[in-house]
Structures are given as C-alpha cells and as structure tokens.
Design a protein around this ligand. Structure first.
Ligand SMILES: *[C@@H]1O[C@H](CO)[C@@H](O)[C@H](O)[C@H]1NC(C)=O
Ligand SMILES: *[C@@H]1O[C@H](CO)[C@@H](O)[C@H](O)[C@H]1NC(C)=O
Ligand SMILES: *[C@@H]1O[C@H](CO)[C@@H](O)[C@H](O)[C@H]1NC(C)=O
Ligand SMILES: *[C@@H]1O[C@H](CO)[C@@H](O)[C@H](O)[C@H]1NC(C)=O
Ligand SMILES: *[C@@H]1O[C@H](CO)[C@@H](O)[C@H](O)[C@H]1NC(C)=O
Ligand SMILES: *[C@@H]1O[C@H](CO)[C@@H](O)[C@H](O)[C@H]1NC(C)=O
Ligand SMILES: *[C@@H]1O[C@H](CO)[C@@H](O)[C@H](O)[C@H]1NC(C)=O
Ligand SMILES: *[C@@H]1O[C@H](CO)[C@@H](O)[C@H](O)[C@H]1NC(C)=O
Length: 910
C-alpha cells in the first residue's frame, strides 16, 4: 500500500557512485567552482546554499556537491528552498551524472540545457512547479536511467520519443497536469523497472498492449488516469510485476486470469473501476499481500484459492455483487489483518476461524446475507479495531471473547437476529467508542458503568429492561444515546443531565415514569430529545426552553400535565410534538402556525389565541362572583347564554381572522440576496406579468423582467401547493445559498431568491446569447431533438465538477452548512446529484447513467459520513474533496484509520 518514495530510490542509485580522488585538472576545477558560485548568485534567495564559500578547502566538500577524479559528478540540491529557474550554464558541469532538484520551488519549462550534459544518468526534477510539456528531444538524454518529473505542473502529451531512452529503469510522471496522451512506445523501454503515471488527466485511453512487453517492470502505477477499455489479457507476460495499481479508472471487462498467475505479484489494486464477471478462480500468485477489487461490478464467488495466500494481509472486495459463501480457508490465513467484504450478496456463515491465526484489525462484512454466529476468535490476536456486520441475518449470542478486547473501538451489528445479554466486559472495553446494536433481540439490563471512550450508544429496538442507572462519570463522553423501543422502566436518572456533550437522547417507546429530572439545563449540546410513548408525568420544566441547541423535541404520548411554559416559544425548533398528554392552557403563540399542525393534538385542555383547525380558542374565564348564593338554575342558564354569545362572537372572529390571514399569506414576501443588487424585491414582483412570460411548465413559470430599467433578469417562479415544512424550508434556503456561491460555466448565476408561503422566485442573470428558454424551461428539453453544442443538461460529470468546485470555493471560513448541524455540503452534493429537482427547476435531471455509478456511490458514502450526528465523525472538507476527485480510497476512512466507517442505512431510510 505504501508507495516507495522516488527520492529514496534515487538515493540507492547514488550510493553506487564512489569517490576516486586523484590529481586534478586545476583549470577545470576552477571553472567548476565558478559555475557553483554563479549558481549561488543566480538563486540568491536560497539561504541553503550559504555553505558554498570559496576557501582553501575544495568545493568538492560543499553541501550537495560530489566530485569524482576532482570533477563534479553529482549535484544533489533536494530540499534547498531554491526559487526561480534552472539557468542554462548548468550544462557547464560537463561531467555531471546525477542532477537532483527534488522539492524546491523551481519554475519554468523543462530545462533543455541538460541535453548538453552528455553523461547524465539520473535526473530528478520532482516536486517543483515546472510547466509546459516534455520536449520531443528528451531522448537526447540517451544515458538516462532514472527520470523523475512527478508532482509538477507539466501538461500536454508524453512524447513518443520517451520510448527511445533505452537505459531507463525508472520513469515517474505521476501527479502532473498531463492532459493529452501517453505513447505505446513506452513498451519499448526494455530495462524499465518502475513506471508511474498516476494522477493525470490524460485523454481517455486504453492500457496499450505494448506495455506487456515490459518484462522487467516491477511496479506499474496508473491509477486515476482515465484508463478505459479492458486490461490486456497478456498482462500475465509481465513476469516481474510486483505492484500493480490501476485503481480509480474506467476499466471494463473481466479481470484476466493470467494476472493471478504472476508469481512475484504482491500488491493488486483494481478498485474503483467498472470491472465485471467473476474473479479468476485459479490463483497461483502466492506472494500477494494486498488485494483490493472493491467498488467494481464483480459477480460470482470468492475464489477458494484465496485461502492459499499465506502472505495476504488485506482483502477488500466491498461494493460488488459477489455471492455464495466466504471460503472457510480464508479464515485460516496467517497474515490477514484487514477484511472488507461489505455490500455484496454473500451468504452462508462467516469462516469460524477468522481471527484465530492472524492479528485481525478490521472486520467489515456489513450489508450481505450472512447467517450464523459471529466468529469466536475475532479478537484472538488482540488487535481488533472494529466489527462492522450490520444488515445481515447473523444470530445467536455475541462471542464472550469480545469481553477482553481492549483494542476494540467500534461495534456495529445493527439489524441482525442477535439475542441474549451483551457480554459484561464489552460495555467497558477501554477503547470502545461506538456500540451500535439496534434492531436485534438483545435482553438484559444496562450496566452502571461503560467505557469512558464511549461516545455513541445505540441499542434501539431490542428487549433491554430494568431501570437506567448511571454510576460515576464513565458515561460522560456520550454524544448519542438511542435506547428507543425497549422495555426500560423507572425514572430518567438525574445523572443523565450531566452529559454535557450529549446531542441526541432517544428514550421513546419504553415504560419510563416519573417527572423529568431537575437540572436538564446542563444539556448544553442537546439537539434532539425524544421521550415519547412513556408514562412520564409532571409539568414540562421551563428549563427546556433554554437549551441552546435544541431542534427537535418530542414528549408526546405521556402524562405530562400543567401548562406549556410560554418560554418554549423562544426555541427555534424544527419539530415539536407535545400531543397526547394532559396539558392545558394556551400554547406559545410562536407555534400558532401551519408549520406545527400536529404538535398539540389530543390534549383536551389546550387552546390557542387564534383559531386553528386543531385547537379551540382560549378565552379568559368569566369572573366568578364571590357570592355563591345564586340559584343553580340561574347559574346554568347564564353559563349557557354566555357560551352561546361567545360562540357567536368567535365564529365571527374566526371568519374575519381567517379572511385576514389568507389575504396576508399571499403578500408576505421574503427577499434573500446573495450579493449587492441594483433592484428590489418589488421591482421583481411587479414584473411578473403575462406580457413578460417567456416559458411555463409543470413546476412553474419563467419571466423576463427588466428589474431596474436597464438590468434584465430571468425569474423562475416555482409554485408549491402547500407551504414547505419548516425544516425543508430551511434546507431549501441553505442550499440555494450554496448554489449562489457557485461560479460555473454550466450554471447561470443565481442572484437572489424571493419566497413566501406559496411560491418561490429564483432570480437569475439573464444571458442574452444563451438559450435561456432551454436553460430554465426544462419541460421542453425532452421534446427537443438531441441538442448539440451548448448542452445544458447537468449530467453526472458536471455535477461532480460543481461539487468539487464547491468543496474547494467553501473550505475556508464559511460554514458550508449554513449553521444547520444536519446539512453539509457533501450531502447537498449527493442529493443534488440524486434529485436535482428539489433545489431549482433549472437543474432538474434524472441521472442514471451506469458509467457513473462508482463515483455516485463514492459521493453517496460521503453523504453518509456527512450526515453523521457526531460532528467529530464527519470528514474534513479536504477529505471530502479527495473522495470527490476520486483520489482517495474510501477504505482509508474506514474504522482502521479514523475510527469511522460508512453505513449505507441512514440515507437509504431517508
Ligand atoms: C527573491 O529575492 C528577491 C530580492 O531579494 C525578492 O524580491 C523576491 O520576492 C524573492 N523571491 C522569493 C520567491 O522569495
Ligand atoms: C585553510 O586550511 C587550513 C588547514 O586545513 C585551516 O586551518 C584554515 O582555517 C583554512 N583557511 C580557510 C580560509 O578556510
Ligand atoms: C579517474 O581518472 C583515472 C585516470 O585519469 C581514470 O583511469 C578513471 O577511470 C577515472 N575514474 C572515473 C570514475 O572517471
Ligand atoms: C500548478 O497547478 C496547480 C493546480 O492546477 C495550480 O493551483 C498552481 O497555481 C500551479 N502552479 C504553477 C506555478 O503553475
Ligand atoms: C505495439 O505493439 C504492436 C503489436 O505488438 C506493434 O505492431 C506496434 O508496432 C507496437 N507499437 C509501438 C508504438 O511500438
Ligand atoms: C515470491 O517471492 C520470493 C522472494 O521475493 C521469490 O523467491 C518467489 O519466487 C516468489 N514467488 C513465489 C511464488 O513464492
Ligand atoms: C466533550 O467534548 C469536548 C470537545 O469535543 C471534549 O474535549 C471533552 O473531553 C468531551 N467530554 C466532556 C465530558 O466534556
Ligand atoms: C453490472 O453487471 C450486470 C450484469 O452482470 C449488468 O447488468 C450491469 O449493467 C452492470 N453494471 C454496471 C454499472 O456496470
């Protein structure tokens, strides 16, 4: 997995050169010293060359200078902070064999002056800022054995002449901006041992079959380089191959059987391609240490022969369509550390010996159809970090051995058929961070103490019972506690209020009783509180209104009584449910609106100050007379009469208010601009006339409006039949704002957005020379002939580009999520790509091209990461970018490296 540092390689070559001191041609000597001093002068910014000072000691002792027979043969100027270009007088050092400039800040085009150094064997220009293309005359360097140009800004084609450098053993061209082709002539480099062209934007090309003539090639890296077509069948002729990485391309077809015959092959990376068919069943490449075929379209079974790979430490086959059983022999591999088979159709039981003969670190088999028990020996080697086996048909009790697994960080086994008690020691395993065992049939009680590392405890939909008792402060780091739908009894313990980092507390559908504990004011991080369907009683404490982060509150289906604290109206809730309790009195006025239609149902004594569909109107009770001597009959009749009059009065008010409100709701517009504009909302609104209409369709109408005399804008009006829910509305606005920050050729600039309850106006730049109608009037698109040229449909690649752009435009400072914990840019990107419709009609387009499935699933996973409710479990925007660019292997975000892994369930359930 670790690529050998090219600099190290060059170092090995350098040690081949020995020093032979002898009497010198002193004239040459003086000349060469003069060249060095001139270089120092030329790169005056480089303080690292300060050691180059004339003295009675020879310049052959200066840093970075190596002489042979008293003449300079090596100039090793790596990491010397050199700025500027390479001057042409460098070629005055005629005897140079090694010239190395790695990791400086050198600019300019390829230094052709080096052609005049006829003895040059090693040239390293890596990690600088060279631009332009590699010159055709590169083959003038006929003695070159080592050429390293990696990590620069070279562009264009790789010239065919590079195939005429017969001595080349190492050729590194990776991580540049090459955007043309690479020549099949590279296949003529008969001595080549290492070839790396990864990470370039080549024009889509096949892997030339000529490359299979490279019989001495040990390392071939062409990942992320736009390879298409099939892997050449003759790849098995590259008998020296040890390391093959063709990942993150668009390769199709089968994996050639000959690949698994390569006796020296150690590392095989073909992940993130579109390879199909079965994995070759005959495996004689016994030196394999890592196999990664994940994220392809492979079918059939896992070869039994994999059980012969005694050196195999990593096996990644996830996101394919593999079926059948996992060969039992794989469980006995002595070197196996990482095992990732999730998201396939595998069935049968897991090899029972897995972990018994090797120090297993990660075990990921989620989302298959596996049955039977979890293997007993998973943690036998004492190195197990994660057990990820959710969404299977596994059953039985958890292995007792998990009790003594101090390395364990993550256990995710939700949605299986496990039963019995959780082994006592598992709760307290010292490094356990996530225990997610929802949707099983576990029984028993919660422990008083848990691992102090535990941040996520999810045990919903099981049969846990007893009371929730918390002792000491071992629970203090809990962030998510989901115990919904169990059989818990007793009160909510006061100790629970001490969890300052708790964001999510779900205890609904249990049998809890008693009042809410005092001190809930210390839930400083809590965003979601669901206690519904219990038998909780007492009043709703006013402290709830002062929880600074609370967004979702559900206390429904309990026995809460008393009045709702009016301060509850201060909360900015996205959802609220207090229905089916014994509450009375007036609801907070802030909730008297259509966004909370069912928040207060089934509380016989709740009322509102204004009439609504669900609540009666409050009225101040008539003053009771202090004298109670009035005859009963008179009292009754007076009450009746009063009620009748009141009823009349209120039905009158209802009609009035209703009229007033329905009038109001059409006129309250909200104006949201994303930049300084020279028009106002009313300029736009007054322009929405039939004469300005330029298109219409199912989701709305498009107008051309002269907003302020001169400036013309396009306005798309989207109708909603009903007001958006509060939360959706918020998301809409956050997303529109992100959209407004995108600068992209394929997107018309969004200037502002004007909304009210019933419709949304999206105001765009009006592009005279573009077919605006085509842009905005999506309904016509399907009818029109396949459009050429200015194609406006946002297909997957474009959407990906946009997401990448946005991830880059948003890394610094600005919150990508508009302050909403639940939304993040990648989720937005994912959803955009999945259903562009929800945002702007202009972008709507179904995207289901199969060739993009891989990228889509990457982004899909990102979406899952990003929606994690634990902020610390979300990827950095930088990581997001790497995945969006297809540069990064999702496995590195697995449990092993960062304590996370992806879970496809939350979004699927969305
Ligand atoms: C190099 O030195 C010159 C003059 O001292 C200065 O103007 C220039 O900014 C320096 N360049 C770099 C890259 O440090
Ligand atoms: C010259 O060499 C002598 C002996 O090696 C040393 O003592 C002296 O400091 C050197 N002079 C300079 C200027 O480097
Ligand atoms: C050094 O010089 C001697 C005599 O000129 C020669 O024989 C020898 O090959 C030279 N060594 C190298 C490495 O060039
Ligand atoms: C090199 O390319 C990168 C990426 O395109 C760019 O950000 C950078 O400015 C370029 N640097 C030079 C010196 O061309
Ligand atoms: C590539 O290989 C084919 C078949 O071996 C051969 O005909 C062709 O000349 C080779 N191309 C180059 C550029 O070497
Ligand atoms: C594996 O590697 C060893 C040493 O690196 C080598 O001797 C052997 O031939 C290779 N192939 C097999 C199949 O062991
Ligand atoms: C809560 O979170 C903060 C910041 O993430 C962390 O430093 C702290 O240790 C956590 N636990 C407690 C009990 O505050
Ligand atoms: C995967 O393979 C199946 C048949 O094996 C095929 O129907 C499907 O289109 C392929 N999907 C992709 C994305 O290549």
């Amino acid at each position: 997995m670790v690529k050998m540092n090219p600099i190290m390689v060059s170092f090995h070559f350098l040690t081949l050169f020995l020093l032979f001191p002898s009497h010198a041609n002193s004239q040459l000597n003086d000349q060469e010293q003069a060249v060095l001093l001139r270089l120092k002068q030329f790169w005056q910014n480089s303080s690292s060359l300060e050691g180059w000072t004339p003295s009675n000691s020879s310049h052959c002792t200066w840093p970075g200078v190596v002489c042979t027979n008293n003449s300079i043969t090596q100039l090793l100027l790596d990491n010397k902070n050199i700025y500027g270009t390479i001057p042409s007088f460098i070629s005055d050092l005629k005897n140079l064999r090694v010239l190395s400039f790695s990791n400086n800040s050198i600019v300019g085009t390829f230094p052709v002056a080096v052609y005049d150094i006829s003895k040059l064997e090693i040239l390293d220009l890596s990690q600088n800022y060279f631009v332009g293309s590699i010159p055709d005359e590169i083959d003038s360097l006929s003695r070159l054995t080592y050429l390293n140009l990696c990590a620069n800004n070279f562009t264009g084609n790789i010239p065919a002449s590079i195939g005429r450098m017969p001595e080349l053993r190492t050729l590194y061209l990776n991580d540049n901006l090459f955007d043309g082709t690479f020549p099949p002539e590279i296949g003529n480099l008969s001595k080549l041992e290492q070839l790396n062209m990864a990470g370039n934007g080549f024009l889509p090309s096949k892997l030339p079959s000529n490359f299979t003539q490279l019989k001495k090639l040990k390392e071939l890296w062409i990942s992320g380089a736009n390879l298409i077509g099939e892997i050449p069948q003759m790849i098995g002729e590259m008998v020296a191959l040890e390391h093959l990485d063709l990942s993150s391309n668009e390769l199709t077809g089968n994996i050639p059987g000959s690949l698994f015959m390569l006796k020296n092959l150690k590392v095989l990376f073909l992940h993130i391609n579109s390879l199909s068919g079965e994995i070759p069943q005959v495996v004689e490449a016994l030196n394999l240490t890592v196999i990664d075929l994940s994220m392809n379209n492979l079918t059939g079974t896992i070869p039994v022969d994999f059980g012969k790979l005694d050196k195999l430490s990593g096996l990644s086959l996830f996101f394919n369509q593999l079926s059948g059983e996992i060969p039992k022999s794989i469980g006995r591999l002595p070197a196996l550390k990482d095992f990732a088979l999730f998201s396939n159709n595998l069935s049968g039981s897991i090899p029972p010996d897995l972990g018994r003969y090797s120090a297993l670190e990660t075990f990921q088999v989620a989302s298959n159809r596996l049955t039977g028990n979890l293997p007993e020996y998973l943690c036998h080697g004492g190195s197990l970090l994660g057990v990820v086996a959710f969404d299977n048909k596994l059953g039985g009790e958890l292995p007792k051995s998990l009790e003594n697994c101090s390395s364990l960080q993550i256990v995710r086994i939700s949605n299986n058929a496990f039963f019995g008690n959780i082994p006592v020691g598992l709760w307290t395993a010292s490094n356990l961070q996530q225990l997610m065992i929802n949707d099983n049939s576990f029984t028993g009680e919660l422990p008083n103490q848990v691992s102090t590392s535990l941040s996520r405890l999810e045990i919903s939909n099981n049969r846990f019972s007893g009371s929730i008792t918390i002792e000491g402060d071992s629970w203090r780091n809990l962030v998510v506690f989901n115990a919904s739908n169990n059989l818990f009894t007793g009160a909510i313990p006061q100790e629970l209020t001490a969890f300052q980092n708790l964001t999510t507390l779900l205890l609904d559908k249990n049998q809890l009783n008693g009042a809410l504990p005092p001190n809930i004011i210390s839930w400083k991080s809590l965003t979601t509180l669901n206690l519904s369907q219990n038998q909780l009683s007492g009043e709703i404490p006013v402290e709830i209104a002062f929880l600074p982060r609370l967004l979702e509150l559900d206390l429904s289906d309990n026995k809460f009584s008393g009045q709702i604290p009016p301060q509850l109206g201060l909360l900015r809730l996205t959802s609220l449910n207090l229905s089916s309790n014994l509450l009375f009195g007036k609801i907070p006025t802030e909730y008297e609106n259509a966004a909370f239609p069912s928040s207060f149902l089934n509380n016989p004594d709740l009322c509102a100050s204004r009439p609504s569909l669900y609540l009666k109107v409050c009225f101040s009770r008539p003053q009771k007379s202090s004298k109670t001597s009035t005859p009963l009959l008179a009292l009754i009749s007076s009450v009746l009469i009063t009620s009748f009059l009141l009823a009349l009065l209120f039905s009158f008010i209802i009609i009035r208010v209703h009229r007033k409100r329905s009038h109001r709701s059409d006129s309250e517009w909200k104006f949201i601009n994303f930049q300084r504009l020279n028009f106002t909302g009313s300029n736009i609104l007054s322009g929405l006339t039939e004469s300005n209409l330029i298109g219409s369709g199912g989701s709305g109408k498009v107008y051309r409006v002269a907003a302020n005399g001169s400036s013309v804008v396009a306005v798309k009006r989207i109708w909603n039949n009903r007001p958006l829910e509060h939360k959706l509305e918020k998301e809409f606005l956050a997303e529109v704002e992100i959209l407004s920050t995108i600068r992209h050729l394929n997107i018309v600039k969004l200037l502002c957005c004007i909304t009210n309850d019933n419709s949304k106006l999206l105001v765009y730049e009006y592009l005279v020379n573009h077919s605006l109608d085509q842009w905005l009037h999506t309904e016509n698109r399907s009818n029109s002939a396949p459009s050429s040229g200015n194609h406006v449909v946002l297909d997957w690649p474009k959407r990906l580009q946009i997401a990448v752009g946005a991830a880059q435009e948003l890394t610094t400072g600005k919150a990508a999520n508009h302050g909403d914990e639940d939304t993040c840019l990648a989720k937005w990107a994912w959803r955009h790509m999945q259903e562009g419709k929800t945002i702007v009609g202009a972008l709507d387009e179904e995207i289901k091209e199969p060739c993009y499935v891989d990228e889509m699933s990457n982004v899909f996973q990102l979406g899952v990461f990003c929606t994690s409710t634990v902020p610390s479990a979300r990827p950095q925007m930088k990581e997001v970018l790497q995945i969006l660019l297809g540069r990064s292997h999702p496995l590195v975000y697995g449990v092993k490296n960062t304590g996370r892994e992806y879970d496809s369930t939350p979004l699927l359930k969305n």
